[in-house]
Design a protein around this ligand. Sequence first.
Ligand SMILES: [Zn+2]
Length: 412
Amino acid sequence: MGYYLINNGTLIDGTGNKPVKDAAVLIKDNTIEYAGREDELEPQETSTEVIDAQGGFILPGFIDGHLHLMTNGFHMEDTMYDPLSIFFYKSVENMHLTLNAGVTTVRDAGLADYGVKMAVESGLIKGPRMQVSISPLSITGGHFDFWLKSGFDMKISYPGYPDSVCDGVEGVRRKVREVMRAGAEVIKVMATGGVMSANDSPEHPQFSLEEFKVIIEEAQTRGISTMAHAHGSQGIKNAVEAGVHSIEHGTYIDEEAIEMMRDRHVYLVPTLLTQKINKKIAESGGMAEYRVEDAIRIVDIHRRNMEKAYKAGLTIVMGTDCGVIEHGVNLQELELLCEIGMKPMEAIMAGTRVSAERMGWQDKIGTLEAGKLADAVICKTNPLSDINSLGNPENIGVVIKDGKLFKDLRML
Ligand SMILES: [Zn+2]
């Protein structure tokens, strides 16, 4: 380790401040020592390796606020055919693709256990920094209950990955404790049915208000926040009223729910990309019959409602639900955030500073400022004039995570 100096580029630091031309970012070990104009940086005495940004744009490493590193398509039958270890081996590539796309931190919204995080942190494999939720909580017959009408149960559970299903006040309290015991850093709750699940519909609320309150209360005993998968408005309201910290998807959000979220500063993680790609897959015939109808009709409704939520001033975090769709396309979400009304700079912040805040890690990551961990990307194109260019990993020339160079296309 030692010093890296990134120079000859324009700095977009993630704070929302104006871009800085002729910028430099100085990294010592895994920490940023300086970010700003190069001519204001004092000359370095120690030997420094220079990373020439070649006129590109220097940004913070991006933070995907909602994905699933351990799955490739969420095909329920995979759990029947594939030995458990296959999911872990595949996740290694998923993590590479995620880093390659410029995403250096993720909030895993279900399925990654604590060992996946440990493997990355110990340097055993290369992957994004992660905050894991491990097992999402689901009611019996809910979005993460994989018991089929045939009577087959397609669930995965193993030591380190508790079963998701829980009911009743005492049941959910115990489940939160179990999931925290397994290492969860955020509690994920299924507050409604899913777009593509076998037993329910996205409009149906799941868990009662009473159950929700206990889940959140129990998580907060350890200072752990909660995230709710919620499509239907009643499920959103239940979760928000109980004190949840973010709503994921938010498809059928109505004005009352928007108001409640705004008043209580609840984050919204729209995951627009997955809905868009799912629609394409459904239309091309590549989806199980029971999923097609939901997948197609939901997209336009979702987008309109996200526009309303944005206009009403909700705080939006970039999350993709990658895993449901392919990995490594994460930053395509930014263009979709702009389609619901964001300016490119706001979309970048939704994927950096704001996403870090949602995780409670705003002191460590999310912006390129002195004292933060050294996660940075260099984009060859100008994301402020072409936000979609960030969505193509070929434009992400350099990726640095925790002060280590993961990707460098400059010599190619
Ligand atoms: Zn998800």
